[in-house]
Design a protein around this ligand. Sequence first.
Ligand code: FAD
Length: 293
Amino acid sequence: MSISHTYGPGKFGLSFELFPPKTPAGEQEMFRHLEHLMAFRPSYVTCTYGAGGSTRDKTLDIVTQARRRFGVPVASHLTCVGSTVDELRAYLAEAAERGVDHIVALRGDPPRGETNFRPVEGGLRYASELVDLVRREFGQFGIAVAGYPETHQEAVSPQADLENLRRKVEAGGDIVITQLFYVNDDFFRFRERCWQLGIRAPIVPGILPVTNLAQIQRITSMCGAHLPAQLSKALSAAEDDADRQFEAGIAFATGQVQELVDAGIPGLHFYVLNKSPATTAVLRGVRLPAASA
Ligand code: FAD
């Protein structure tokens, strides 16, 4: 099924994002957690693509295994970082050969310590160019692109960032998956502005439940997401108790997701971080539209 058919009237798309584990033991653990998550019958499972293509083979390996073990459609993330167009083509050809269903087409971040993204010679500068490549030469893939409810950190303005998103969709992006966020009003404003700009692709919220205090610092430094004081306070109040921190984080995420569902989102994308308890607790706590049950 094409990725856009996952969403739409009477449907609700659910996707889970993994990352390539560093060790065989980590990989085993990840698949154990994924097996639990399969109870929610996701529409597809994705795996990230590491900085500089460092996880190139691993990403393909994880999605191929997930497809084989669970019969679930899969998406490989792919970035422009460190690759020429010919190398990107070779990756896409191999993904097609292995039966990968969709591509999450991204530019990627500049290497650590650098603030500006510089393409390699013969490479691509923006995700929109990658979308264009995939659409023109690998028409069988569904394509997801990244959207930023709080605006991408390098964008010259929110408007320029939205116009870039429109470019990615016009180039062939079927759906938009958002960066994680914790203030639903940021998402609602972003969605409204996308609609005003004529972006008609399904806009799927990216959700990462925060379940401990240490995560807050990491999330803020990683993507600059704004964390509501209410969430930080609830986690701080449970400072010495990991279980209570988990419960506080889940209570917040469940409320956040329920409000999004009630506001008519087409689906949910969970950054599951290779684990199942947080996503399971949230999904058990929300009332999803009937089609997804
Ligand atoms: P782009 O859409 O190319 O945008 C990058 C910046 O350039 C933006 O500021 C944009 O406004 C600006 N821009 C774009 N086009 C133009 C133009 N023509 N003129 C001027 N400015 C322009 N990273 C990984 O390394 N691996 C992953 O697997 C991965 N998965 C992700 C999954 C999701 C759902 C999301 C939301 C992010 C993911 N990322 C991943 C992070 C992503 O790579 C970074 O956020 C990156 O900095 C931007 O990627 P992009 O695809 O949004 O880039």
